[in-house]
Design a protein. Structure first.
Length: 617
């Protein structure tokens, strides 16, 4: 009995302990969040519970720990992870880690082991959906060409200078449509190329190119020096002087002389290294004087667009070959370029007004004008010439708007000058608004209520004698009809005009018929709309029936031109049609009587035998 009592107490204690465990309130957070990663990536899972004393994770095979509060998962595919808390009461919690497919980046190249001067073709062999590419050739000395986004780029490792080999780590990053990436790297061994730097008399950079220059008008001897940084491994040098003389060839050299006549020449310098790699460099030689140039005034440089002017090019005949010319018109057009010898003249068509443009001859500014300038340039200097001012005026494009249109007789409408393109220059002063004159035809049936129409005094082609009207005029129209609105505008270059029409309408006369206008329910009643109105009037309709019950539309709606109605209940109905037009809203009604068939009944008769009198009611 005592033992049984003790066991009972132990059981009660155990039950008490179990019942006393706190709730877990377990949650799982992930980094990144949401729990989506690319194939091959990892995700951090964190169990969050203030009462748990431990955790058990599963499946454990892709986790760095199965019992820590914070674990790292690297699943090969989408996986559901379960966390079971210890030391508290609560169900296990799961989290689904979604694994997105990653691309597989790879490439090949050809040739396999080239000289640095040979372009290498890269063939992209990556796989995946919707891929984009980013290449880094590991060749920072190549500048912008060190990177590419092409699928199959071409790159030359020309920075590999020397007599041996040089390794470059090429990296391809492939990015899929889902944002997942894969990186592939490959080391490419390149045979270094010899240095083909050349020094000499008057070395300079002109237009981004290496030049040797002497500014003289006589043949000149140039001293050229071997400034290659790889002379120890160079085995052969060839200089093509570019003047049809014999090439210079040597296994090694320090300096040499060559005489050039006046002109421009192209030197091709070829250096071969001990490894068989070859570098070809291009240099330029210039013998001559600084250029001279001028641009002639064609006369009549106050013109109306569109117009073409021809400008003589002067003083360029004796310039040295290799001299370049740039002709610029500051009207927004592209420059025109020539090389020696330039043409005798250059023509240009001016199509826009010079209003708002200021040009200068270097000492004086000329508002509202264009200029024509020429620059001659060679390694020995620059010369320039300019023609300024060039005044260009334009004819405005006539345009007019009328509002409102159409209008009801007895109402007013306003006409607005919307003409564009005006740019009239007189004595250097620009007028961007041109005078306008109004005409309304017929001349009767209206009265001007605001503004001024102006007057051409019969000289429609000579705006200088016009009395200009205002840009907006308004008139009241008292006679129904179609009116022609004309505007004429212009300047000293000419005039332009345009017309539009205004429709003045009377009130509409609303009317309709119904068929049938009476009958027994159920019945369909059709309407015929006989409203009369001006052709240019803008009409809309609204149909209604009172009372509002006992009928439906058989066809059409409230806004139809001529709907039909289905009447199902006897009664007297009023059909109304409201016509809304420019002049207002007008309503007309018709009545339709709908009847129902008679209902016949006889009072009950009592049966009888033999002779009987019957009195039905």
């Amino acid at each position: 009995m005592k033992l049984k009592f003790i066991l009972t107490l132990i059981g009660v204690a155990i039950s008490f302990i179990v019942a006393a465990q706190p709730p877990c309130n377990l949650t799982i957070t992930t980094v990144p969040s949401p729990a989506t990663i690319c194939n091959g990536a990892s995700i951090v899972l964190t169990a969050n519970s203030a009462t748990a004393t431990g955790y058990t994770w599963s499946p454990a095979g892709t986790l760095n720990s199965a019992t820590d509060q914070v674990v790292t998962a690297t699943p090969p595919s989408t996986t559901t992870y379960t966390c079971t808390p210890v030391g508290c009461t609560g169900a296990p919690v799961t989290v689904v880690v979604t694994v997105l497919p990653s691309p597989n980046a790879s490439f090949t190249h050809n040739p396999a082991s080239p000289c640095g001067s040979v372009p290498i073709n890269f063939t992209n062999t990556s796989t995946g959906a919707g891929l984009t590419y980013s290449w880094n050739f590991g060749d920072p000395g190549s500048g912008a060409s060190n990177n590419s986004t092409a699928t199959n780029p071409v790159h030359t490792f020309s920075t590999a200078t020397g007599g041996g080999t040089q390794n470059f780590t090429v990296t391809l990053t492939a990015t899929g449509a889902n944002g997942c990436q894969d990186v592939f790297t490959q080391v490419i061994t390149v045979s270094q190329i010899p240095s083909a730097t050349l020094g000499g008399t008057g070395a300079t950079i002109y237009n981004g190119l290496p030049y040797f220059k002497v500014c003289t008008s006589s043949p000149t001897s140039f001293l050229f020096t071997n400034t290659s940084t790889t002379t120890a491994s160079n085995t052969n040098y060839v200089i093509n002087w570019g003047d049809a003389s014999a090439n210079f060839t040597a296994a090694s050299w320090v300096s040499t002389n060559h005489t050039y006549a006046v002109g421009q020449y192209t030197i091709t310098y070829t250096v071969t290294g001990a490894n068989g790699c070859v570098t070809v460099a291009t240099y330029y030689v210039f013998v001559g004087s600084n250029p001279s140039v001028g641009i002639g005034n064609p006369g009549n440089t106050d013109i109306c667009a569109p117009n073409t002017l021809t400008f003589p090019i002067t003083g360029a005949a004796g310039n040295t070959p290799g001299t370049t010319y740039t002709v610029t018109f500051n009207d927004g057009s592209a420059p025109v370029n020539f090389v020696q010898p330039p043409p005798a003249s250059v023509s240009h068509t001016f199509t826009v007004t010079s209003c708002g443009v200021t040009s200068s001859n270097g000492t004086t500014s000329f508002p509202n004008s264009f200029s024509a300038s020429i620059i001659a340039s060679n390694p020995c200097g620059t010369s320039a010439g300019a023609i300024v001012p060039i005044y260009v005026s334009t004819i405005p494009n006539a345009s007019v708007s009328v509002s409102p249109n159409p209008i009801c007789v007895g109402s007013s409408s306003c006409m607005t000058n919307n003409s564009t393109g005006a740019g009239d220059i007189a004595s250097g002063v620009c007028t961007i608004t041109s005078p306008c004159v109004w005409f309304i035809s017929p001349a009767t049936g209206w009265t001007l209520t605001s503004g001024s129409m102006g007057n051409t005094f019969g000289q429609n082609g000579d705006p200088s004698v016009w009395l200009a009207g205002t840009d907006v005029i308004c008139a009241n129209f008292t006679i129904v009809g179609t009116y022609t609105i004309k505007i004429i505008t212009g300047g000293h270059c000419g005039v332009d005009s345009t017309t539009t029409t205004l429709c003045v309408v009377p009130p509409p006369v609303p009317n309709f018929t119904i068929n049938p206008n009476a009958g027994c329910a159920p019945i369909t009643v059709a309407t015929t709309n006989t409203t009369t109105a001006a052709v240019c009037d803008i009409l809309s309709y609204w149909w209604d029936v009172t009372p509002s019950t006992g009928w439906t539309f058989a066809s059409g709606t409230n806004t139809s031109t001529a709907p039909s109605f289905n009447f199902t209940v006897a009664g007297t109905y009023t059909i109304s049609m409201s016509v809304t037009a420019v002049c207002g809203t007008y309503t007309i009604t018709h009545t339709v009587v709908i009847q129902s068939p008679p209902v016949v009944s006889v009072n009950p008769l009592t049966g009888a035998c033999g002779s009987v009198t019957v009195n039905p009611t």
